[in-house]
Design a protein around this ligand. Structure first.
Ligand code: DGY
Length: 318
């Protein structure tokens, strides 16, 4: 019998969905993750759900799918949107997409580092506004990136890819991670010119960077976040930018996503360079993420272990 697979969106990049469609009946979602009730209505009787990192996959959605659900496959590295306990209780495998997006996200991390420190957003805005009337030595001054100290919080695939790029900028690289005790977070914050966050969002990392951590950073420091918004206490960060506690910030992720027109607090700050969660958004990488997510679905539906289950979780349904 043909298996049914729910995709939480109407479209995905690359050829993965076509491949999946040749093997299963594909049911598409309403296109917007906010329409959870509609998503649950469409989930009835599916064997697999293919979702994105920001989608909420909770007990209600799992139950709406019913007892035939075997795998939730995320086309993302992050998995904080999934209720892992609810999935485990129901014997459902949960997978994600490590290994295919680290280089692309590291590129974007460097774009944020450069943009925030060199005030590229403010300079570009001035050009667009027609206010570049004369060349002045004192206009659009930022801080250097080359030769600085980069502190990486978390030291997984993306952080290591950022560290490789930092070598080309002559940077000294420090890192702090839970699995290595070499450098404490306070030490890293005090010594770094640029702090870049690369940890998953968990209870332990929620607001990992708050008022005390921002105060521990240099007044010339830049904070960059391409991980998950809630790793940073966003209100505290905005205050720290306003009162000069730190120099600048580059953000790709926020406590509230997406933002729609609710961006005044971000745009009001020249020290903040903000992007709409595009860390992995290159054509080949997004296609590779979908491909791997489809592979994980087909693995489980064909009775094989999923190739990239979440760390520490089962690769076959119970
Ligand atoms: C990821 O892979 O976690 C990105 O943030 C996209 O969801």
């Amino acid at each position: 019998m043909t298996k049914r697979v729910l995709i939480t969106r109407e479209r995905l990049p690359g050829g993965g969905l076509t491949r999946l469609g040749s093997r299963a009946e594909v049911v598409t979602g309403p296109g917007r993750p906010a329409e959870l009730a509609e998503l649950a209505r469409r989930a009835g009787g599916v064997s697999a759900i293919l979702a994105l990192g920001n989608d909420r996959v909770d007990a209600r959605l799992l139950d709406a799918a019913g007892p035939g659900l075997r795998v939730v496959s995320l086309a993302s590295m992050g998995y904080d949107g999934v209720d892992q306990r609810a999935a485990a209780d129901r014997g459902v495998v949960v997978t994600h997409t490590p290994g295919v997006l680290a280089e692309t996200t590291a590129d974007l991390t460097f774009a944020l580092i450069l943009a925030a420190r060199r005030r590229i957003g403010a300079a570009r805005d001035a050009l667009h506004a027609g206010s570049w009337d004369v060349f002045r030595m004192e206009d659009y001054l930022g801080l250097d990136v080359y030769g600085t100290t980069l502190g990486l919080v978390g030291y997984g695939q993306i952080a290591r890819a950022v560290a490789r790029r930092a070598a080309g900028f002559g940077m000294r690289v420090l890192h702090h991670s839970r699995s290595e005790t070499a450098l404490s977070l306070p030490q890293l914050l005090a010594e770094s010119d640029i702090v870049s966050l690369h940890v998953p969002l968990t209870q332990a990392t929620h607001h990992l960077i708050g008022p005390a951590e921002l105060r521990a950073m240099k007044p010339t420091a830049t904070l960059v976040n391409t991980s998950r918004g809630a790793v940073v206490d966003e209100a505290a960060l905005l205050r720290a930018l306003d009162d000069g506690t730190i120099h600048s910030a580059g953000l790709d992720v926020y406590e509230r996503e997406p933002r729609g027109t609710d961006v005044a607090d971000l745009l009001a700050r020249p020290g903040l360079f903000a992007l709409p969660h595009i860390g992995s958004a290159s054509e080949p990488t997004r296609a590779a993420m979908v491909d791997l997510a489809v592979d994980n679905v087909l693995d489980v539906l064909d009775g094989r272990p999923a190739r990239t289950p979440l760390p520490g979780t089962k690769a076959v349904p119970a």
